[in-house]
Every structure is written in structure tokens, then in C-alpha cells.
Design a protein. Structure first.
Length: 81
């Protein structure tokens, strides 16, 4: 199973702030300019861009990490804990 991780990338001398989304294999990624007008959803917007790029569909569930966010897709099969 693959997941999408996102991380904030600080601005440089040539590029503004960005959010990079990567699938867990590390082989495919997508980067967006940091959306200052919608900063609450910045990581979700990057994850959505990547999911659309590779044709994944479904409901994304977000969790926090030390460096950004992680996204997994919800399915109809739920586990009770």
C-alpha cells in the first residue's frame, strides 16, 4: 500500500516557499508553490495534486508528522480497534 507524504520547503534565493508531496516509494512527486491564501490546506492541496497526477481516487485521510503530513486513502473496509 502506498501513502503520500508532504513536507514544507523553505524559500531559496531563486524559488519561493513550496510544499512537496511524494508517494512512499519515493519515485513520483509533485510540488506546489506555498498557497499563502489557503495555508490551512497547503499540505492537502499538494497531496491532491499528486493523487490526480497518478490517477488515484478516493477519500484522503490526513495525519501529522514532524516534518509535514501523511495521507492515506479510506476504504469501505474498516477495522475495529
Amino acid at each position: 500500500m502506498q501513502c503520500i507524504t508532504t513536507k514544507y520547503m523553505s524559500p531559496t534565493n531563486t524559488k519561493g516557499a513550496r510544499i512537496k508531496a511524494t508517494i512512499s516509494s519515493g519515485k513520483i512527486s509533485a510540488t506546489i508553490s506555498y498557497p499563502h491564501e489557503d495555508s490551512r490546506n497547503a499540505h492537502a492541496l499538494a497531496a491532491l495534486k499528486l493523487a490526480r497526477k497518478i490517477g488515484w481516487t478516493g477519500t484522503l485521510i490526513e495525519g501529522s508528522t514532524k516534518t509535514g503530513s501523511v495521507f492515506v486513502f479510506a476504504s469501505g473496509d474498516r477495522f475495529k480497534i
